[in-house]
Design a binder for this molecule. Structure first.
Ligand SMILES: Cc1cc2nc3c(=O)[nH]c(=O)nc-3n(C[C@H](O)[C@H](O)[C@H](O)COP(=O)(O)O)c2cc1C
Length: 192
């Protein structure tokens, strides 16, 4: 089983990186092959809505293509974002928009398992909205969305402001662990 984790934070080593890495570590411990892709330092241009991608490769020369190759080769995706104004980061949204060819040319993410993580500086600061934005993207790619288990959250939902703050959010860390476990369980069943 191959699980790709994407951190949508522009801040390298920030809370989102920490949480996505944590989820992947748990998956790796359970035997999955994992890849971590931080969007910090990556060049992701905006989608221009030209629809060239209906028939040909996107004309933008940046890092999006190699990220999409990794996504295509995965069985499951765990995508994390910092909460920005109750939504995902602009960088992650740009990646989402640029993923249009994966959808309009053969639904290449169809049936992959997807889980979401969001961290915000405030409790109830819009993390659930950010998670929902990630879920919406997954659903439109016809992925299979999972939440956490037992703790009744929509994914990994955490609080933290400065880098590493999130390590003190024990309740939030549990939701991340439970999400990773749920991704493993459902992806495992699908591969059986
Ligand atoms: C532009 C911007 C908007 C933000 N908006 C919110 C918000 O709506 N709700 C919230 O709880 N935190 C918000 N924050 C705080 C971040 O979500 C928080 O610092 C988070 O830990 C950043 O994750 P990172 O360390 O992975 O970059 C915002 C931060 C920035 C820079």
């Amino acid at each position: 089983m191959r699980i790709v984790g994407i951190s949508g934070s522009p801040r390298r080593g920030g809370n989102t990186d920490t949480l996505v890495r944590r989820a992947l570590k748990l998956c790796e411990k359970e035997g999955a092959e994992v890849e971590f892709i931080p969007l910090s330092g990556k060049k992701i241009e905006y989608c221009e809505g030209c629809f060239i991608c209906k028939r040909n490769d996107c004309i933008k020369e940046d890092d999006a293509g190699e990220i999409f190759d990794s996504m295509e080769k995965s069985d499951a995706l765990i995508i994390g974002s910092p909460t920005y104004f109750s939504s995902v980061s602009g960088r992650l949204k740009s990646l989402f928009d640029r993923s249009l060819p994966l959808r309009i040319r053969d639904y290449r993410l169809r049936d992959k398992i997807g889980g979401a993580i969001a961290v915000g500086g405030s409790r109830n600061g819009g993390q659930e909205f950010a998670v929902r934005d990630i879920h919406n993207w997954m659903l439109l790619h016809e992925m299979v969305v999972v939440a956490d288990r037992e703790t009744a959250h929509f994914g990994g939902i955490c609080v933290g402001s400065d880098p590493a703050d999130v390590l003190e959010d024990r309740t939030g860390l549990r939701t991340v662990d439970n999400l990773a476990q749920r991704v493993l369980d459902v992806a495992g069943k699908q591969l059986d």
